[in-house]
Design a protein around this ligand. Structure first.
Ligand SMILES: Nc1nc2c(c(=O)[nH]1)N[C@H]1C(S)=C(S)[C@@H](COP(=O)(O)O)O[C@H]1N2
Ligand SMILES: [Mo]
Length: 368
């Protein structure tokens, strides 16, 4: 199949049904596919969120253009030039702002629009690249610079007959200079096409949209910048929110997921070790509790060793001996270092962003 032109597939890598649920141009990781994965999600299992489709970009001829009123020394970088700069390596979670969206409908009976993700639009990888700050410094970022806007090389995003241009989203200069990476490696390999080859942004703790893939240019401006991705999309509408929408979304929320299939069959009369992962854009996970009786009682899960990274996830497990047979529901709720925890209901917004409530994960206890 061709990878360019009108018949090109939206996603290049294979999407076997045991690993992914496909939603149009996007692919959701199945949580059971993480049971035998390590801390990092292999690139072959990492979710894909494409506004249009994966472009094939040739690293050898690719250039990153830095331009705009906030630079003293506008310039460009080739792939080899970036690789020659001092590198950083960091475990960072990328999560779509719409992850969990379908639970607004399934659990809260609210109507929302957008891709109906369960919890599989999130993943941690080990990213290696150049700090964005270093590249901005080489381009002579001035004290007057306020916003930094990377733009992707994928096709323009057209929705309902409106051409919104190529995917781009300004970052305030404070975030751009803090911990953002211009990444060229994912889990020790060059970035695969679907995840931004040759270079993408990795913006820790922020909604996935900020981590612009296939970056081709970056505008650095002494005036505030905007794009449809800050004025129209990725804001909260409806419910308690102002008519023009809340502020552009930045930091992601707090979530937990079991590494089990939806409606997993579990054998009666045995003890099962339930595994899962929790994460929060606000900081480290400090505790996770599991309930198997609809929230009447909660049991602490055992958090797996090592430092519980901010900007990534914490793995955990808990033992469970189901009583009886038939459909049952598993609940997990995490707390982070800011004291935030997962509520039983998530505040409504029309586009279904930042679902953070406890997810009711159905299982079937069966006689074997
Ligand atoms: N250029 C470009 N960058 C993009 C997107 C896109 O469609 N085009 N999607 C964004 C969104 S909404 C998310 S959630 C993440 C998903 O990253 P992944 O596909 O590597 O998992 O990429 C972001 N970067
Ligand atoms: Mo996203």
């Amino acid at each position: 199949m061709p990878h360019e032109g009108p018949d090109a597939p939206a996603i290049v890598k294979p999407l076997p049904p045991e690993l992914f649920a496909v939603h149009g141009s996007c692919a959701e990781t199945r949580w059971e596919a993480l049971r035998d994965a390590g801390y990092h999600v292999p690139a072959e299992r990492f979710f894909v969120r494409n506004h249009t489709r994966t472009p094939i970009v040739d690293a050898a001829s690719w250039r990153l253009e830095l331009h705009g009123s906030g630079l003293r020394n506008p310039r460009s970088f080739g792939y080899e030039e970036l690789l020659a700069l001092p590198a950083v390596t960091r475990d960072v979670l990328i999560e779509c702002a719409g992850n969990g969206r379908r639970f607004f409908t399934d659990q809260q009976h609210q109507e929302v629009t957008g891709t109906p993700w369960r919890l599989g639009a999130a993943g941690v990888a080990r990213w290696r690249g150049v700090p964005l700050a270093a590249v901005l410094d080489l381009a002579g970022i001035t004290p007057q610079a306020v916003d930094v806007m990377p733009r992707g090389l994928d096709p323009a995003y057209v929705a309902d007959g409106v051409d919104h241009g190529r995917v781009r989203r300004p970052l305030p200069v404070a975030k751009a200079l803090d911990d953002v990476i211009l990444a060229y490696e994912m889990n020790g390999e060059p970035l695969p096409p679907d995840h931004g080859h040759p270079v993408r942004l990795v913006v820790p703790s922020w909604i996935g949209l900020a981590s612009v893939k296939w970056v081709g240019d970056i505008e650095v401006s002494a005036e505030p910048l905007s794009s449809p991705w800050t004025t129209e999309f990725y804001r909260m509408y409806g419910g308690q929110h102002p008519p023009q929408g809340g502020p552009p979304l930045t930091v992601t929320g707090i979530k937990s997921a079991f590494e089990l299939p939806w409606e997993a069959p579990l054998a009666a009369g045995r003890t099962h070790v339930l595994h899962g992962r929790s994460w929060s854009g606000r900081g480290r996970i400090t505790s996770v509790e599991v309930s198997t009786d609809a929230g009447a009682t909660w049991h602490p899960a055992c958090l797996h060793g090592g430092p519980h990274l901010a900007g990534a996830w914490t793995r955990w497990h808990v033992a469970w001996s189901p009583r009886g047979t038939g459909p049952q529901v598993l609940l997990a709720r995490a707390a982070d270092e800011t004291g935030a925890t997962q509520p039983l209901e998530s505040p409504y917004n029309e586009l279904g962003y930042l679902f953070d409530a406890v997810v009711r994960h159905p299982v079937r206890v069966i006689n074997v």
